[in-house]
Design a protein around this ligand. Sequence first.
Ligand code: SAM
Length: 251
Amino acid sequence: MEAGNLHTSEPVHLSERLAKIASWILPDCRVADIGGDHGWLLLSVAQKGLLGQGIIGEVNKGPFENAAGRIQAYGLGQQIDVRLGDGLSVLRDGEVDQIVIAGMGGALITSILDAGKSKLESVKRLVLQPNIGGHRVRQWLVANRWKLIHEEIVYDAEIYYEMIVAERGAEDVYENQPIPRLILERIGPLLWRNRDPLLRAKMQEELGQMQKVYKQLSNGQSGQAIQRRRELEREMEMWEQVMNWLYEEQN
Ligand code: SAM
């Protein structure tokens, strides 16, 4: 904070992951960042003059106080309201046009969306960034008539992150693809269709993780272990096939 100035005006620098999320927020809209934690995302969008009104929702007191303090320090309390509460319960019906839910597992993201369906009626765009379980988010979107408009992989601090942007509609992006739907839900239909430049590297990493789990299960004789091994064999085979297709196209 500068001497003689009540508020800081230091420019906010977002991580690559958050910057990518910010780039998918439509300008001059009413945006909620659920699980907004540090508060940097909406702070940065506001500082660039691209935010209409913002709401940061936080279920935990520590991050809530942290975000609220930061928004006050930047003098943006009129534009960004920080609220303590679970998921979409912090919103009133019709209050926002866009919702961001980032940095959580896909199961938690879908449970937040499911529990707050009435708050979604005014929402035109969802920007979701599941750390794991992206397929659950994709399945929820189809089941609730949201269509994928963009998917992208961001490599930040040596982690591959998936970002999913959806708007209302029912276009089936899974149709007419050479990959079974269940597998495509895990790979990301638009990551595949657009040949995301990081898809192969991300799949390579996931294949390594599957191989590790497979090895750990190799001595298991329970029905469950045998079934999981079979599933993993099928998944690994599919992963290798898709990676080969991507490799052949790129070479
Ligand atoms: N969205 C930020 C980002 O992407 O950098 C922060 C991600 S942080 C790992 C997840 C945050 O979500 C935490 O601050 C946690 O308290 C919050 N959170 C978890 N479950 C929540 C819920 N049901 N409602 C609101 N916030 C939640």
